[in-house]
Design a protein around this ligand. Sequence first.
Ligand SMILES: [Zn+2]
Length: 227
Amino acid sequence: MLVETCLRKGLGLKAHRVVAVREDGDVIVAEIDRIGRRRLRCSGCGGAVQHTAGRRPPRRWRDLRLRDRPLVLAYQPYRVRCGRCGVRVEQVPWAAQWARVTTALARAVALLARKLSWAEVAAHFGLDWKTVAAIIREAVARGLKLRRWRPLHVIGIDEVSRAKGQRYLTLVYDLERHRLVWAGEGRTGDTIAGFFRWPSRRRDSGQIRNSARLRKVFRPERGLSAA
Ligand SMILES: [Zn+2]
């Protein structure tokens, strides 16, 4: 099977195909284009759209590695004329709207991040720390949308920093269910205050208990310490 066909099947492309696979230094680039005038998806409503209105500049998405080489998908998205939404950019099937990596890579990163440190995950996939952080934040947000709210009884607080220690993220885990439930920029008392404000409905319904007591543990003046 041609590598183009293999990629098209792996990515589940219906209106697009891989027109060429080439090397760009160390990186393998799969060039994607629309098949004829097949219907595209509107990024506003997800509906199928026939008519287009020009194209956006070329974009690239990092995908899972092809053997041991980095693989990127290259494509110039169409603007589509949607009956409901007006002119929108098309929704490509391989990535979320503003994502810089494919859904397949994002899933793999989120999965591995449960087992390895973010630095190890970044090194494993050849991504920078910022990209890994963005993927995990997105995965957390998506998970929260799908998940039914459950009371948080025991939380753990962790912080991660970039290699040079200039930027930090604060992570809140549900220790009973071993899940990451929240991630915020920074590592100050304001950061953790953001967690307690989020979302206020949840706190007001009593689902986060003892929040006043928990808050004392963090001693904002010293930055965060473990709960
Ligand atoms: Zn639409």
